[in-house]
Design a protein around this ligand. Sequence first.
Ligand code: SAM
Length: 415
Amino acid sequence: MISKYSVFVKCGSNRELSKLETSSLLERLNPKDFSFQEWKQNLLLKLSENERGRFFKLLEHTGSIVKSGVLEIEENIQREKEWKLELRKLLDKTVRKKYAQTKKQLKVSISIQSNSNEVTTKIHKNTQRILRDLSADSDIPIKILKLKNENFEQTPFQYHKENISRRGFEVTGFVIKSKVFFGITKWVTNPLVDIKQDEGRKVRFFTHGTSIKLARSLVFLSQIQKGGTLLDPFCGTGTILLEGLKQGLNVIGIDKDPKCFRASKENLNQYTLHFPSKNQVKEKWKVFKQDSRHLSTILTNKVEAIVTEPYLGPFLNELPEEYEAESIMSNLEQLYVSVLKTSKEFLKTNSKVVMIVPEYQYSDKLVIKPNIEKIANRSSLVLETESAFFSLTTPISIGRKHNIIGRRLAVFSKS
Ligand SMILES: C[S@@+](CC[C@H](N)C(=O)[O-])C[C@H]1O[C@@H](n2cnc3c(N)ncnc32)[C@H](O)[C@@H]1O
């Protein structure tokens, strides 16, 4: 039976962030007859073939999603003969198509997920057997890759190290309640690219920097279109700016600290050097040494998004006394309002502000943080409180970075 859901998405360790990114992606597609199912770390989505193609293209720009692919088969798990037959057809088709492209031994990885180890092992073994039979019947050499962990799936690192997308494919299966789904993985996040990008930066400050993956998520969530201009009013070493440049945007960074201003400039300069058309790339970015509360003195043109991980308060080894925490958060609130109010004047209508805000968590009940609704009201911005798809309340938590300071991701828009 053809699967009702045509796409699966495997969320990263922060499931909410992956769901928010998927929702933001779907907003751009505006799917016609959409429905979904959520199972553990996975989202199964109903998309048309045309929507599916655009979905995979956009995934490249997300930061937290682990992998995604097409789903083709949906069968009752009890109808073993039927699903084995359908799986064989799917694998036969995929093996022949891949072999026609590579003409080399195919590397095939098998990823099976279910609630029971026994069921997972059984499907895994069956898939291996089908692949071996296919190889014997068709004379196509197939190497079934061994798994390096006990999760019955290849890690993204191994997937790219083995070059599976070029040299073969990954077959993916899920057992959800009484149903078994099978499909082929189409896209897996590439940690090798992030490591290279991270190490390639000229200047890195470990206490100031935003992670590359988070920067990518933030830029993606702003929904800025290629060619638009992104502003980061607290640019630090320029991680968000670099990510923006990589995504084909124009970027403007501001930082009041001379050391950070220089670091951003050096990192962006270094990036520019990689291009034959250096002068063209150089025109795409600007960095200013300035207190962002006074950015109106330097900005001239409108921007399409504000994306930032701002100053999150002093670096701490332990949580401050509660009265001190209240005072830190109230000062941050004032700083954010002041910067947002000024920069909002340069933000085009219907554009977004994607921003991290800190919080101190003392216990389940006591969390001291800036008042995000107040920040929105005082800056005349609209705070987004739920995602367009899925039941997801925002701002979402994105965890602690330096152990002490928790962080939330807030999205505002200018109406
Ligand atoms: C958390 S860091 C930004 C991290 C940055 N995204 C990165 O990856 O490097 C915050 C930055 O805000 C800057 N900053 C603090 N107050 C500022 C202000 N009023 N105007 C401009 N920059 C400010 C600090 O110098 C610091 O570099």
